[in-house]
Design a binder for this molecule. Structure first.
Ligand SMILES: [Mg+2]
Length: 171
C-alpha cells in the first residue's frame, strides 16, 4: 500500500529534469502537474524558465501534457501560452484522466513519466495508472484549502517512507 506513494525519483524542481536523462530511461512523454510544480499556485502565467524547459523537451522530441485538478480558466490560460495540450479538473488521483492523457499522446504508459508536487494526487495517481513518477518540492508552501488538508496526510506518509529508508532527499 505504502509503495503506491513512492515516486521513482524525487528532485527539488522540474529544472533538474533534463530531456537526455528522460530519454535514457526510455521516456517519450511527460504528464505534468501545474500548481506548485511548474509555477506557484497563484501565478497565472509561465515564466521564462518554464518556457525554456518546455522548449528543451520539445526539441528533444519529448511530448509534454499538463494535467491539473484546477479549473478550466486557470489551466487553459496557462497552457495556451505554452501552446501545450492540457486536461483540467482531472480528478487526480483517479486513473481515468491519466489514461486519457496517455491515449491522447499516443505513447505507451511505460514510456511516460508523471511529474508533480503531491503524493496524494500526482504520485499516487501516476503509480496506480502504471506510469513512472517524479516528485518535486512544491514551489511555495502556501496552498488552497483542499491541498492543505492533503498535505497533512502527505507529511504522515512521507515520514513513514523516510523511516523505512524508502525515500531520501538529496542535499
Ligand atoms: Mg500541484
Amino acid at each position: 500500500m505504502l509503495k503506491l506513494f513512492l515516486p521513482d525519483q524525487q528532485v527539488k524542481s522540474i529544472f533538474e529534469i533534463k530531456p537526455e536523462q528522460l530519454r535514457e530511461k526510455g521516456i517519450k512523454g511527460v504528464i505534468t502537474d501545474l500548481d506548485n510544480t511548474l509555477v506557484a499556485w497563484n501565478e497565472a502565467y509561465p515564466n521564462d524558465q518554464v518556457y525554456n524547459w518546455f522548449k528543451q523537451m520539445e526539441q528533444s522530441g519529448i511530448e509534454v501534457m499538463i494535467l491539473s485538478n484546477n479549473n478550466k480558466n486557470r489551466v487553459e490560460l496557462f497552457s495556451k501560452s505554452l501552446k501545450r495540450p492540457y486536461v483540467y479538473k482531472a480528478n487526480k488521483p483517479l486513473k481515468r484522466s491519466f489514461i486519457k492523457a496517455a491515449e491522447k499522446m499516443n505513447i505507451k504508459r511505460s514510456e511516460i513519466v508523471v511529474i508533480g508536487d503531491q503524493l496524494l494526487t500526482d504520485v499516487l495517481g501516476g503509480n496506480r495508472s502504471g506510469f513512472q513518477t517524479i516528485l518535486v518540492v512544491p514551489i511555495v508552501d502556501t496552498d488552497d484549502k483542499i491541498t492543505k488538508f492533503n498535505r497533512s496526510i502527505e507529511r504522515f506518509i512521507l515520514n513513514k517512507l523516510e523511516k523505512r529508508g524508502l525515500i531520501k532527499w538529496e542535499e
